[in-house]
Design a protein around this ligand. Structure first.
Ligand SMILES: *Cc1c(COP(=O)(O)O)cnc(C)c1O
Length: 237
């Protein structure tokens, strides 16, 4: 994995800023769950989050999630969230480690999870950005997908969404739609809001934020399909 340098002092300052942002957006910050998204950083970022009381840790690359969970060890107290669509051939390796599967967009994915990890908690990803390749289920298919997943040995706990790129305000209508879908389907968890759009997400009913850069700073760029190489600033690809 390509890792950015982790700075503990900066992390602690950013965490304080995040708490202020959440409290000013929502008032009652204690009811909001924060998933610390450690992608792009090494296990020391996971350790720092755990030390700060953030026990929910998110990753969206299966190999990195497994590697970091091994690095911090079994007794660490981390509760792992897999973010995004999961390839079925990775489910077996992830199942012993992952508690929350955030981003089920197709019933086959849910079935693969149910087989390897019965009663796992899943969130259905709703595609509110309408961008190809982002994963997630179209809003008008969410009811049917939730019903199908409820027939599996799974705990369908809520919905998850990623806002569109661009100004945070552009996420508002999509997040509002996710909240109304969750209400109508009686799903308590709404995982929406990332570093740039957490205020919009909270004002539209988010119960769970997934925060990477707001906590850990900028990530090193990830170069798809390459073996893990150390990133050096200024290095040509
Ligand atoms: C990377 C990622 C995040 C965190 O993004 P930041 O903008 O760094 O807060 C949250 N959710 C998903 C699905 C991601 O891939």
């Amino acid at each position: 994995m390509t890792e950015a340098r982790f700075d503990l002092g900066a992390f602690n300052r950013r965490l304080e800023e995040v708490r202020v942002r959440i409290a000013s957006a929502r008032g009652d910050a204690t009811s909001i769950r924060v998933v610390a998204v450690t992608k792009g950083f090494g296990p020391e970022a996971v350790e720092a989050a755990l030390d700060a009381g953030l026990t929910e840790i998110g990753e969206n690359y299966a190999d990195d999630l497994v590697a970091k969970s091994l690095a911090v060890g079994d007794g660490s107290g981390a509760v792992w969230h897999f973010l995004g669509a999961v390839q079925r051939n990775k489910v077996g390796r992830l199942a012993p480690v992952v508690t929350w599967w955030q981003g089920v967009g197709r019933v086959e994915e849910g079935r693969a999870i149910a087989k390897r990890s019965p009663d796992a908690k899943v969130l259905v990803q709703v595609d509110v950005a309408g961008l190809p390749g982002r994963g997630g289920c179209q809003p008008d298919g969410v009811g049917e997908l939730v019903a199908a997943l409820r027939d599996e040995p799974l705990e369908v706990a809520g919905l998850m969404a990623v806002g569109p790129p661009g100004p945070p305000a552009g996420a508002r209508s999509g997040f509002a739609l996710v909240s109304s879908l969750a209400d109508s389907l009686d799903l308590p968890v709404r995982s929406m809001g990332m570093s740039d759009d957490l205020e919009v997400a909270l004002s539209e009913g988010s119960t769970m934020l997934r925060l990477g850069r707001a906590l850990f700073g900028d990530r090193a760029p990830r170069r798809a399909g390459r073996p893990a190489a150390r990133y050096r600033p200024g290095q040509e690809s």
